[in-house]
Design a protein around this ligand. Structure first.
Ligand SMILES: Nc1ncnc2c1ncn2[C@@H]1O[C@H](COP(=O)(O)OP(=O)(O)OP(=O)(O)O)[C@@H](O)[C@H]1O
Ligand SMILES: [Mg+2]
Length: 271
């Protein structure tokens, strides 16, 4: 009974609370449509590269039920943001130090049954509270695959959405479906091509996608911003398995250089 009342109270709080636009913290949601294209790997490495540029960064693992940022950062979280939302711990307890200066992890929970919170609005409440702290320069949110209601809830938080895709036709189909949905409410989508060996390949496909959107008369103001490519490299999967970040361990590799360029573009976009 109490649980139900408290859930309803939480829902009311989330509905009435406006996302804090005065905060210095910029929110960037990283998403994809198709699964397994490298969102989580790129998110943790983007966080590291942003911290190298002097930014104070937090990563929120918003892959509901399949959290794996803690694996990439090699952390066993004592607390996750679910504990905070359930009232089990204080907000400060969910900020986990990573082994990287200037990068904080806010972990999710693997195997989480979301029936327990049975309320999709509630997840973004944690973001409001993080923004209220005014502590981080950038909050990167790693979403799960697909465009389900949980992913959409996080997409609604910001105008800065970075979609990761590969050149695989099914990934492109999914990213176009994502773009169509986003164009209903927003005016831009940033696009990064993973597993893509040449900058120009991503650039050409971005132009084709933009032309298709024009042809299909999506939002006229809508723009797709090409952020760059990251090549396929076996060592990325290997460093991931070793729970290390490829952009730190393999600085000189082409993929690290490429991702640094994506991060430079991202900083330009979000200011
Ligand atoms: N450019 C790359 N070259 C080689 N391997 C890569 C590359 N990018 C990612 N990988 C590997 O691909 C696998 C999937 O990556 P990752 O888990 O980051 O994808 P994801 O999009 O987050 O997946 P999910 O949709 O399940 O959340 C991992 O083993 C990762 O190491
Ligand atoms: Mg992932």
């Amino acid at each position: 009974m109490f649980d139900k009342i408290s859930q309803q109270a939480n829902k009311l709080v989330s509905i009435t609370k406006k996302h804090n636009r005065n905060s210095k913290t910029k929110v960037v949601v990283i998403t994809s449509g198709k699964g397994g294209v490298g969102k989580s790997t790129l998110t943790s490495n983007i966080a590291y590269l942003l911290s190298r540029q002097g930014k104070n960064v937090a990563v929120l693992d918003a892959d509901i039920g399949l959290a794996n940022q803690q694996v990439l950062f090699d952390i066993k979280p004592q607390k996750t943001f679910f504990d905070y939302l359930e009232g089990i711990c204080e907000l400060e307890e969910i900020f986990l130090e990573t082994g990287y200066n200037g990068v904080t992890l806010i972990a999710g929970k693997s195997g989480y049954q979301y029936g327990k919170i049975n309320n999709s609005m509630i997840f973004s409440r944690v973001v409001d509270d993080i923004l209220d702290l005014n502590r981080y320069d950038i909050l990167l949110i790693d979403t799960g695959a697909g465009i389900n209601e949980h992913v959409q809830e996080f997409l609604n938080l910001t105008d800065d959405i970075l979609a990761i895709t590969t050149t695989d036709p099914s990934a492109l189909t999914d990213v176009y479906a994502l773009l169509k949905m986003i164009s209903l409410k927003k005016e831009k989508l940033m696009l990064c091509f993973n597993y893509t060996s040449k900058y120009e390949i991503g650039e050409t496909i971005t132009k084709s996608i933009t032309n298709l959107a024009l042809k299909n008369k999506l939002n006229r103001k809508f723009m797709v911003q090409y952020m760059g490519n990251v090549s396929e490299m076996k060592s990325i999967a290997i460093t991931g398995r070793l729970r290390k970040l490829f952009t730190k361990e393999l600085k000189q590799e082409i993929a690290s250089q490429e991702l640094r360029m994506v991060v430079d573009n991202l900083i330009k976009q979000i200011g």
